[in-house]
Each structure stands twice: as structure tokens, then as C-alpha cells.
Design a protein around this ligand. Structure first.
Ligand code: SF4
Length: 454
């Protein structure tokens, strides 16, 4: 019998119930979709690949293309080398991408498949490219896989010619195409010349044209990824997501980087704009000042409704930290913040935000789950929930309004086109929060009126 203390017995250490994360390959697949004419390839069983594609498709409401090594019992025992070699040949023959980005799954990692050796041994057509990354899903989360795939592109492709291209690399973090557009808009306003990797705008928010395009216009071009090694600086937006790939580029090509929070809320967006200004040596134009001023105006207008309201925020680490910073700027109390992605840096950064704002009694947890969040809320409730779709059960059970923000959102539309980053994105979040709280107040008033009539 295990000798466990009552405290250890009451704590779940190995089991997650409704985790606020998904598996590594989902992030790797998303990153690969942000490269122009790239076919993501899942090295493992077909079930994993179908699940990952389904997950992305349900969030973005767009077809997420990917191929699979389609492991059978034989490949599970003897290795998936012949499967992936056949797959790569078929993919180039049938779907004609410029590049195939392979990521692994739990099964291929467990049996120890050596993707590097398999790729060396492949017949890759002239002018075509195959890159890979390792994404064992029993480590980290989709955020880890997203970062690993970006590192994979950098490792295989980025080169330093020792001549500056005068550009800025922007690693946008695990955000929606709408967010990437907003980050690019601010960079354009500031007159920056940049390379964004990955860039899913124009891919997972491509317009309806009446005909299916397997490779839409968007995505980072391969030559731009190669050129990233000649850039002058990398901005890693989302320190917990993008610092590792930025560091990979620094190690390989000597490009310095600055790791920053996702530009959600006033202070983080200011930091992004100032970093752009510092890089370009350009003054901040009136268009940006105007947007910032409008955001401050809306926050002041709505302040009586959200001041001191408590909120629980869950989801991906950098997104949760960004939304936490925004709600603190609004005068709200982020009572509970959790991410399913492991890593105590998240907790440290959340506690720094609480301390800076002078709020007390707030709790942060990494590698947490929504079951635990629900227990916290049952013991001491909140006024509002902010996070993805999987928190709707808490919202229903406890009758708390839920603002859908982050990933995944599978029961709403349009969200992936709308930014939550930048001043415009913050304004959108302020509107959503205000509407939810005012709707709730209206409902409560109506119920009180009914009681008085009766
Ligand atoms: S087996 Fe691993 S990679 Fe496949 S779906 Fe499950 S967790 Fe994800």
C-alpha cells in the first residue's frame, strides 16, 4: 500500500479532468498551416491526425488540411519509416505542396522513430522541402507543439548570410488570424519591414471565392523563413510560447530577440508599439494614438459596471496572462487564473501582475484543469468567466456569464476573425465584458421587478 498523507490523498497529481489544453500536435499543425503552400503531416496513427484536424476545423470553421503516416499494428511494432517515406512521395505527387512539415505523435515518439534519419533517406523532389519537429503529447501542450514547430522551421530553413535584410521578425504566439492581422496592422502603421512566422491570416480566415483552394494566398513564404536569419531583431510575442523558437534563431543565426507579453491590454500593447517605434526609429502616428485614446475612453465609460467585479480566466498561458493584465487595468479582480499548460513561470508572472495591481486573494495555477476551477468557484464564486468553450459547463451549472476568448471556441462563429490583441482587440474585450455584465444586471433587475409585482 502506498504511504500517502491525507493531503496527498486529497490532491490529484496524475489525473486531469477537462484540462485547459490539448495535445502538442494540434499546435504543430496550426503553426505549419501558417506557412505558404505547406502540408502539415502527422507521423502516427490516423486517429490522432483526424482528431487534430477536427479540433482546428471546429475552432476556425475552415478546413485544416493535414496528411497522416497512417500507422498500422505493423508500423507500431517495426517503426513507421516506410509509412512516412511512402506518405511523403504520395503527398508531393497528389497535393503538390512546396513543403511538408512533419510532427510526431505519442505513438511514434514512444517507439522512438528517428525522423531525422527517415528524412535523410527520402527521395525528395527537386525544389521541394521536408522539415520536422518532435511533439510527444505526454509533455507540455499544444502551446509547446506550436513553439516546437516554429523551431523546426527555423532549424531546417533559417540561414545567416552575414548581411542584414533590415527586417524585424515577429513571432505572434498562438493567436487567431484576426490577431495576426492586428499585429501586422500596427507594424504597418509604424512603418516596420517585418517577417511574421507563422502567419495564418489569409489561410484560416481566407475569403469564400466559390472554389476550393488547398493552399490559399496567406502564410509565411519559405524564402522569408530562410531570410529570418538575416533579420536585425526578433520580437517574441508571448514569452511562454515564443521565447524558445526566438532563442533557437539566436543560437543558429545570432539574431537577438526581445520576449514580450502578448499585446493584450493597454500596457502590453504600448510595449509592442514602443518596441516597433524603437526598431523603426519612427514616431508613433496619430492613427495609433487615436485608437489608444478610444480604448481609454470606453474603459472610463463602462467603469461603473465592471469595477471590482471578480473574474475567472482560463486557457493558454500567454493569452490568460494578457487578459489578466487587461482586466486589472479595468479595475476588475482576476480571482482565479489557470492554464492547462505546465510551467511555473505562468504562476510567477500571474502573481507579479496581482502584486503590481495591489489585488489580494487571487489564485493562479499552471497544469490545472477546469474541474478544479469549478471546485474553486463552487467554494467562492465569481461574477464572470473568460475562456474557451469547455468552460461553458461551469457557466451553466453556476449561472455565471461566460465571455468566449482564446482557444478553443467551437460553439461560436466569427471570433477567429476578430482580434483581442492591440487597442482594437482590447476594445472588443471591453465591449464583450460590459455587455455580459449589463445583460446580467438587466436580468436581475427584471427578476426583482417580477417579485415586487407578485
Ligand atoms: S495519442 Fe497523443 S498525439 Fe494522439 S491524440 Fe492522443 S494525446 Fe494526441
Amino acid at each position: 500500500m502506498l504511504d500517502l498523507t491525507p493531503k496527498e490523498l486529497s490532491e490529484r497529481s496524475a489525473l486531469r479532468v477537462n484540462p485547459a489544453k490539448t495535445c502538442q500536435p494540434v499546435g504543430a499543425m496550426y503553426a505549419a498551416l501558417g506557412v505558404h503552400k505547406c502540408m502539415p503531416h502527422s507521423h502516427g496513427s490516423q486517429g490522432c491526425c483526424s482528431f487534430h484536424r477536427m479540433y482546428l476545423t471546429r475552432h476556425f470553421k475552415e478546413p485544416a488540411i493535414a496528411a497522416s503516416s497512417s500507422f498500422t499494428e505493423g508500423s507500431s511494432v517495426f517503426g513507421g519509416g516506410s509509412n512516412v517515406k511512402t506518405a511523403v512521395k504520395n503527398i508531393f505527387d497528389m497535393y503538390n505542396p512546396d513543403i511538408i512539415a512533419i510532427h510526431t505523435t505519442c505513438l511514434s515518439e514512444t517507439i522512438g522513430d528517428d525522423l531525422n534519419a527517415f528524412i535523410q533517406d527520402m527521395d525528395i523532389p527537386e525544389g521541394k522541402i521536408v522539415v520536422h519537429t518532435n511533439t510527444p503529447s505526454y509533455v507540455g501542450s499544444h502551446i509547446t507543439g506550436f513553439g516546437n514547430m516554429i523551431s523546426g522551421f527555423i532549424k531546417h530553413l533559417a540561414k545567416s548570410s552575414k548581411q542584414s535584410n533590415g527586417k524585424l521578425n515577429i513571432l505572434p504566439g498562438f493567436v487567431n488570424p484576426g490577431d495576426m492581422r492586428e499585429m501586422k496592422k500596427l507594424a504597418d502603421f509604424m512603418g516596420a519591414s517585418y517577417i511574421m512566422l507563422p502567419d495564418t491570416s489569409g489561410v484560416l480566415d481566407a475569403p469564400m471565392t466559390g472554389s476550393y483552394e488547398m493552399y490559399p494566398k496567406g502564410g509565411t513564404k519559405i524564402e522569408d523563413i530562410v531570410s529570418m536569419g538575416d533579420s536585425e531583431l526578433t520580437l517574441a510575442l508571448g514569452e511562454l510560447t515564443c521565447e524558445a523558437p526566438a532563442n533557437e534563431l539566436k543560437r543558429k543565426c545570432g539574431v537577438p530577440y526581445s520576449a514580450m507579453p502578448l499585446p493584450i491590454g493597454i500596457e502590453a500593447t504600448d510595449a509592442y508599439v514602443m518596441a516597433l517605434s524603437h526598431f523603426t526609429k519612427n514616431e508613433v502616428p496619430y492613427e495609433i494614438e487615436e485608437e489608444r485614446g478610444q480604448l481609454v475612453d470606453t474603459m472610463l465609460d463602462g467603469h461603473p459596471y465592471f469595477h471590482n467585479k471578480s473574474v475567472a480566466i482560463y486557457g493558454d498561458p500567454d493569452t490568460v496572462l494578457g487578459i489578466t493584465a487587461l482586466v486589472l487595468e479595468m479595475g476588475m479582480i482576476p480571482k482565479y487564473v489557470i492554464t492547462g499548460t505546465p510551467g511555473e513561470t505562468f504562476v510567477k508572472k500571474a502573481n507579479e501582475l496581482f502584486e503590481k495591481a495591489g489585488v489580494i486573494g487571487c489564485k493562479a495555477k499552471a497544469a490545472g484543469d477546469l474541474f478544479e476551477l469549478h471546485q474553486w468557484i463552487k467554494n467562492d464564486s465569481v461574477d464572470l468567466l473568460i475562456g474557451g468553450t469547455h468552460g461553458k459547463h461551469i457557466a451553466r451549472a453556476e449561472d455565471i456569464p461566460l465571455i468566449r476568448a482564446g482557444f478553443p471556441i467551437i460553439d461560436r462563429y466569427v471570433h477567429s476573425y476578430m482580434p483581442i490583441v492591440g487597442y482594437k482587440g482590447a476594445m472588443r474585450l471591453v465591449e464583450l465584458i460590459l455587455t455580459a455584465l449589463m445583460d446580467r444586471q438587466d436580468r436581475d433587475c427584471k427578476e426583482e421587478d417580477m417579485e415586487m409585482v407578485m
